[in-house]
Each structure stands twice: as structure tokens, then as C-alpha cells.
Design a protein around this ligand. Structure first.
Ligand SMILES: Cc1ncc(COP(=O)(O)O)c(C=O)c1O
Length: 475
């Protein structure tokens, strides 16, 4: 029992906890003030080697984890869509990890379950859904969309798929610009490649609505039964918002389910200034929104909302009678009935701790600031002699590239090399994406402290790197 006694020693916890909170507070301050690099880049094999040969423990281990991780609170982190969390929620995470309530049934997470219901009611209000809406939290946008699409299939198929399996060739329509999680969901549902109908996008990288009828007809000729259409709000690569009104009209006409992937952009319903981007959202049958993207919450935490609460019980028809006894509709508090997870993290507490501390207004400030700066930066690029945009951004996601007379292949190589070098230097973290065969550098402003001045420095760094690569090539 010697090791067990050590592992549960509360005085040891107190001492290390205090030291760690001080360390994290300093780390956050240094990150916000850009005193450290955004990333200490190591090649995968070197990272593995480092940890294989590692032998420190306790706080030293945690400090070295920090040192060797990417730092989202540095304003020069402008890469993937994961939030620089509100620090208070880290304190919450310490508590929820300690409580470790499993959430599957009411008694195993009573507070977190009640908070989850309150959050769903708030989102229903913000989405302009009626009182008949309901939703719950799940582990990430990928799982959330799969959950919603399973409910869509139960609703739109003639037979009980949960019981009998796929009895027809079901299909889902989605823009070619959508996040790959929709394609993955379709395949997990056994629909195969034919079951995912990719709709071409227009010059703004939005779903081309004029193609819908034709694609639907083609599907019918192939004997496919379209069950759902998915709108992106917004898309991952360019942050483009599909025309939700038009998609909804189409869905209604064809009697198919309308799902919205709002993993990134759904949060704009909290902003007076930007909520118009989600016009038409109230017409969807289901919507998902990641709280760990634009809502300052530690990963993972995603809300999946259903316009009709009945549908939220429809995903899994499997019964586990020992867990719940009452009629389905009364069972909002036994969450595992509706979620993929059995044991689930107390994600509602992480989110609500931010709301209790700062109010819902904090999200509006966050959204406005990150969007405003991105749109200002877009104007700067539009006027810049060396850079161009593929499309004027609407959100806090922006793609751009160098104007160049090199052939596309060479331009692509240079852009990839520039991005790699930026990461290896560790001064910035940005990503890249390919649009119409061209590599673009891609930014997402996930940190409210990223200012125009940081982005101007980024442009200077990129121009210097371009010069270096061109000179190297000339020699
Ligand atoms: C539009 C969109 N949908 C879904 C996802 C996947 O969400 P998650 O990483 O929470 O599974 C992303 C992630 O970037 C996204 O941008």
C-alpha cells in the first residue's frame, strides 16, 4: 500500500497544486506577453526519442510537458481552431477532474446534468428555436455531427435502421468544402462513398445552391435515398458560410433533414454584430457548435441541438433497462441515452464556470474582437502589393498567398517551405490549405490578444523567407 498512500496524499497535492498554479499563471503571462516561442518544434522522431529517454517526475514532468507543447495563449498562435481557454476554466478543470462524475446516469453527475440542460435552453434561445428544442453536450464536433446524422437517418428512413441495419442506399448531401467529419460520419453509418454527395462550391467557397436539384436527380437515378443535407457555418478552410435559407428551402421541398455544422462559426449567435452570418439557422433540424473553438472552453465540449426534442432521443434505440425506467421524454436527466459516450467528462461545468464568472457577454467580446481584427487584416492584404486573398473573409479564418509569377508547383513549394520554416523558428504558428490546386497560408484568430501589429510582423517574416528561398534557388 506504500505507493497507494503516496498517490492519495492530500498534503502532497496541496503543495504541488500551489506550485503548479503559480507556474501556470507565470506561463500564461509569459505567453500573452510573447516571452516564449509559440512552439518548440521537434520532428516526430526526436519528440519520441526525448520522451523515451525522459526520467523526471512530478512538477518537473508537467513543466517539461508545457515547454514541449504548443502555446495557444501566445498572440502569435494563429493556426488551428482550438481556443486559448479562459484561465478560470483551467481551475474548473482541476475540480471536475477531481470529482470525475461519470455523467451517464443522473446520480453520476447530477449537477453537471442540470447545467447541461440550462446550457441547451440558452442555445435554443440563441438559435431562435422554440421551447420544443433540446440538446446535450458531447465530445467534439465530429461526434456531434455523427450523432445528429444518426437521428436524421432514424427519422427519414422508412424502417428502423437501429434494429434492421441499412435497408436502402441512403445518402447525405454536403458541400465539397465541408469538414471531413461529415464524409467520415456517412461512411461510419455504412453509406459508403456513394452515400456522400459532394456539392460543388462557388467562387466564394460556399455550397453552390444551383447544383442541388441536379445532384438530387442524379442520386435518385442511382437509386440513392437522400436523407439529409448539411450546411457549413462556417467551412474550415476559408470560413465561408453556406446559404442556410436556400438549403432549408431545398430540404423542405425534398423532405430531407437539414443539419448545420456550426462547429466553428455557430458561436456567432452570441454576437449582435456577427449573428447575421447564421441567418436561417432556426430552420435547421439539428445544429452543432464547438464550445472549445470560439467559446473559450477547454477541449472537448460540443453542443448538439435538435429543433424537435423528440429527435434527440432518436439516435440510439437500444434499451438498457437497468439504467432508466421512466418514459423517454421525462428522461432528459439520463444523458447516456442520447449520447455516444457512456462515461462523459463534466464539460458543462467547464463552460458554465466561464458564464458564471463573466456572463455570456464575454463570448460576444471574444467573437467581435477576433472577427474585427481578421477583417481589418483582410483590408490590409487587399491593398498590399505582395499578397492576395482567394476570397474576402467573413469570419476569423483568413487565407492568403504571395503574388508570384512562378509556376503553380513552385509557388506551392515556396508556401509550404515558408510555413514549415515559420513553425521551426517558433515565432508564429500558422497552417496552410489548398484551394483550386493552390497552396494558401491560413490563419484563424483564436486569441483575442492577436493584434494587427502581430499580423504585420508575420507578413514581413514571410517576405524575408520568400527572399531567402528565392536566393537559395538562384545559387
Ligand atoms: C467546420 C468544422 N466541423 C467540424 C470540425 C471538427 O470538430 P472537432 O475537432 O471538435 O471534432 C471542425 C474542426 O476544425 C470544423 O472546422
Amino acid at each position: 500500500m506504500e505507493k497507494i498512500k503516496q498517490a492519495y496524499n492530500t498534503e502532497d497535492f496541496r503543495e504541488k497544486g500551489h506550485e503548479m498554479v503559480d507556474f501556470i499563471a507565470d506561463f500564461l503571462q509569459d505567453s500573452l506577453e510573447e516571452k516564449n516561442k509559440v512552439i518548440q518544434y521537434k520532428k516526430p522522431e526526436n519528440q519520441l526519442e526525448y520522451w523515451k529517454n525522459y526520467n523526471k517526475n512530478g512538477i518537473d514532468f508537467l513543466k517539461d510537458v508545457t515547454e514541449n507543447s504548443i502555446h495557444l495563449h501566445n498572440p502569435k498562435y494563429i493556426g488551428h481552431q482550438v481556443s486559448a481557454i479562459a484561465p478560470f476554466s483551467a481551475i474548473t478543470s482541476m475540480l471536475t477532474s477531481t470529482l470525475n462524475n461519470g455523467m451517464a446516469i443522473y446520480e453520476m453527475g447530477s449537477t453537471a446534468t442540470a447545467l447541461e440542460k440550462i446550457i441547451a435552453e440558452k442555445f435554443a434561445e440563441k438559435l431562435n428555436f422554440s421551447k420544443n428544442a433540446d440538446g446535450f453536450l458531447t465530445s467534439g464536433g465530429t461526434l456531434a455531427s455523427l450523432t445528429a446524422l444518426l437521428a436524421a437517418r432514424q427519422e427519414k428512413s422508412e424502417k428502423d435502421v437501429w434494429k434492421n441495419g441499412n435497408s436502402e442506399n441512403y445518402a447525405i448531401m454536403v458541400s465539397e468544402q465541408a469538414h471531413y467529419c461529415i464524409d467520415r460520419a456517412a461512411r461510419i453509418m455504412g453509406l459508403g462513398e456513394q452515400g456522400i454527395i459532394k456539392i460543388p462550391s462557388n467562387e466564394k467557397f460556399e455550397m453552390d445552391i444551383s447544383c442541388l436539384e441536379n445532384e438530387f436527380q442524379k442520386a435518385q437515378e442511382k437509386n440513392l435515398k437522400v436523407i439529409a443535407i448539411v450546411g457549413s457555418a462556417c467551412s474550415t478552410s476559408t470560413g465561408s458560410y453556406d446559404d442556410l435559407h436556400a438549403i432549408s428551402t431545398f430540404a423542405k421541398e425534398k423532405n430531407i433533414w437539414f443539419h448545420i455544422d456550426g462547429a466553428h462559426g455557430g458561436a456567432v449567435v452570441f454576437s449582435e454584430k456577427y449573428k447575421h452570418l447564421l441567418d436561417g439557422v432556426e430552420k435547421a433540424d439539428s445544429v452543432i457548435i464547438d464550445l472549445h473553438k470560439m467559446m473559450m472552453t477547454p477541449a472537448l465540449a460540443t453542443i448538439v441541438m435538435f429543433k424537435n426534442k423528440k429527435h434527440s432521443y432518436q439516435t440510439f434505440h437500444q434499451k438498457a433497462q437497468y439504467l432508466w425506467e421512466k418514459h423517454e421524454d421525462e428522461d432528459w436527466f439520463n444523458l447516456a441515452k442520447r449520447t455516444f459516450e457512456c462515461t462523459k467528462y463534466m464539460m458543462s461545468v467547464k463552460f458554465m464556470s466561464i458564464v458564471q464568472e463573466y456572463g455570456y457577454e464575454v463570448f460576444e467580446e471574444f467573437i467581435d474582437k477576433t472577427h474585427d481584427t481578421t477583417l481589418e487584416f483582410a483590408k490590409l492584404i487587399e491593398k498590399h502589393p505582395n499578397f492576395e486573398l482567394p476570397v474576402t473573409p467573413k469570419s476569423n479564418i483568413l487565407c492568403f498567398k504571395l503574388i508570384s509569377d512562378l509556376d503553380i508547383q513552385e509557388q506551392n513549394n515556396i508556401h509550404s517551405k515558408i510555413r514549415q520554416k515559420l513553425i521551426e523558428n517558433g515565432d508564429f504558428y500558422i497552417v496552410q490549405t489548398t484551394l483550386n490546386g493552390k497552396v494558401y497560408l491560413r490563419l484563424t484568430l483564436m486569441n483575442p490578444f492577436t493584434e494587427l501589429k502581430h499580423l504585420e510582423i508575420l507578413l514581413e517574416d514571410i517576405l524575408k523567407l520568400e527572399n531567402t528561398f528565392k536566393t537559395e534557388k538562384a545559387h
